[in-house]
Ligand binder design. Structure first.
Ligand code: MG
Length: 259
């Protein structure tokens, strides 16, 4: 079961967020750049995800290579047209296939995993504040009002040598995976998101409610959220018995906490 919602918010003129949701493959992108450039950048990124999904299908979908392609396409487009110069976008992509959740990520959008009572952020924020928090130079309280809290340190569109975080996690029946842009996680706290997700049986309704909450808090940015809830039938029983092996051999450079 999947739900999604995107909203321009209350302050911005246009929605520069974009998202993708197909069976087993989900993504969010948050564009940046003057004029219409941000909108174009996030659209290109999501277009590449859709194309790759269409061409390769879910089983052979390679998230890192997809993000790399999207990056090159954004760079190419910004070189071809003056008004698109300097555009960029975040991109967070997940696939859920045969009981395994794969994550690829660049920027300050987020992927979370909700399992029973735990709600874990699977991605690092590639932002000035995110880096300072991880290095212990900033407290979470200081981060909330830091002047550079919207400055991001990694995005698609700027360098062909893009550093892409990837991770892999074993899924359990009942797990929920949530993707969102900073318009949500900047205004709605993790525990509030977790509560909303666990309270609702309808992912679409939960997404609508989360957007409503972000708007009620000022809606200063575009808000996008995609929520996937796994069911028993999504997780092959053979993959559950192999879960320890996968947990033990996780190859991830995201460095974030794991469930
Ligand atoms: Mg944003």
């Amino acid at each position: 079961m999947v739900g999604f919602a995107t909203d321009v918010g209350l302050v911005r003129d246009r929605n520069e967020d974009a998202y993708f949701a197909a069976s087993g493959c989900y993504a969010v992108a948050d564009g940046m750049g003057g004029h219409k450039a941000g909108e174009v950048a996030s659209e290109i990124a999501i277009e590449v995800v859709a194309l790759e999904y269409g061409e390769r299908g879910l089983v052979d979908f390679d998230i890192a290579s997809c993000i790399d392609k999207a990056n090159r396409r954004v760079i190419q487009a910004s070189r071809n047209l003056d008004e698109l110069e300097g555009m960029g976008t975040t991109l967070t992509v997940v696939t859920l296939c045969n009981g395994v959740l794969r994550v690829g990520h660049v920027g300050d959008s987020r992927a979370y995993l909700l399992r029973a009572d735990s709600f874990v952020q699977l991605t690092d924020d590639h932002s000035v504040v995110g880096e300072l928090l991880r290095s212990g130079l900033l407290s979470p309280e200081e981060a909330e009002c830091h002047p550079q809290r919207h400055a991001i340190t990694r995005a698609l569109g700027f360098s062909e040598n893009l550093d892409i975080d990837t991770g892999e996690h074993q899924l359990m029946p009942g797990d929920a995976v949530l993707l969102c842009t900073d318009g949500l996680h900047d205004t709605v706290a993790d525990d509030e998101i977790a509560q909303m997700v666990s309270m609702s049986n309808d992912p679409g309704e939960a997404c609508t409610e989360l957007v409503r909450l972000a708007r009620a808090r000022g809606g200063h940015d575009n808000i996008t959220v995609v929520l996937v809830r796994t069911e028993e039938s999504d997780i092959p029983s053979s993959s559950l018995s192999a879960s320890e092996a996968i947990e033990g051999s996780q190859a991830s450079d995201s460095g974030g906490p794991r469930p």
